[in-house]
Design a protein around this ligand. Structure first.
Ligand code: SF4
Length: 230
């Protein structure tokens, strides 16, 4: 399994923000978001081939039961089902960070952190024509998002870049035709530096106040900056 990095840090985003967690980042992604902050696991995937046992051994060495499986898109990793099964055997709480484009197929997961990609993710000229088409075709899959939210505890995390983005969030929530509590909907300012986030955080805060959604910070950037392994 191609692993980009494994590290111990604090969960920086979402309902479990602040919780010490072991992060397992698979390498490879089926999308090419313009503002991706982990291009070493998506646009230019690199990493080390590791066995499931090698990966899971980090749980013992860190003595940490909260594990975040992330990427890239972890759900496209070939042995993802076995990895999560092995983590469950170790009694771990598993958060999977996914864009919600790949079926969960009964994967072991305690919190599905689903981040559907809106139009602000469309890649610029860095992406080839074929990647651009693929990104636009695949970035939203209603049936698959429904499958996740029907079968798992979940949060829906949206990256907000400008005022209009909230209309897309509302449209998607309506299209999902599910009774989604606003507190499970997280709005996160787009930005990979503290300065960039600062320019958008009040806009996002006002959106949350208006619709009852949850503000989603990026604590790891606040604490450590945009660095690998944090
Ligand atoms: S889905 Fe996530 S990892 Fe993949 S390109 Fe988009 S932001 Fe990056």
């Amino acid at each position: 399994m191609l692993i980009s990095e494994i590290f111990y840090s604090l969960q920086g985003e979402g309902m479990l923000t602040g919780l010490p967690s072991l992060f397992i980042r698979t390498s490879g992604c089926n999308l090419r978001c313009n503002w991706c902050d982990t291009d070493y696991a998506s646009w230019e995937p690199t990493g080390e081939d590791m066995t499931i046992d090698e990966i899971v051994s980090h749980v013992d060495s860190k003595k940490c039961k909260h594990v975040v499986v992330t990427g890239g898109e972890p759900m496209i990793a070939k042995e993802i089902q076995q990895l999560c099964m092995s983590l469950k055997d170790k009694d771990c709480h598993i958060t999977i960070e996914t864009a919600g484009t790949i079926s969960p197929e009964n994967i072991d997961c305690d919190l599905a952190s689903i981040s559907p990609k809106m139009s602000n993710s469309t890649p610029d000229k860095r992406a080839s024509e074929s990647w651009l088409k693929r990104h636009e075709r695949d970035r939203i899959n209603l049936l698959i998002i429904q499958e996740w939210i029907d079968n798992y505890d979940y949060q829906l995390k949206f990256v907000i870049d400008s005022q209009n983005d909230v209309n897309e969030v509302l449209e998607l929530l309506a299209q999902l035709k599910r009774d989604i509590a606003p507190y499970k909907v997280l709005l996160m300012p787009q930005g990979i530096t503290k300065e960039e986030i600062d320019t958008k955080k009040l806009l996002v805060a006002e959106m949350c106040k208006e619709y009852g959604f949850r503000y989603c910070d990026r604590l790891h950037i606040e604490l450590f900056g945009n660095k690998k392994g944090t």
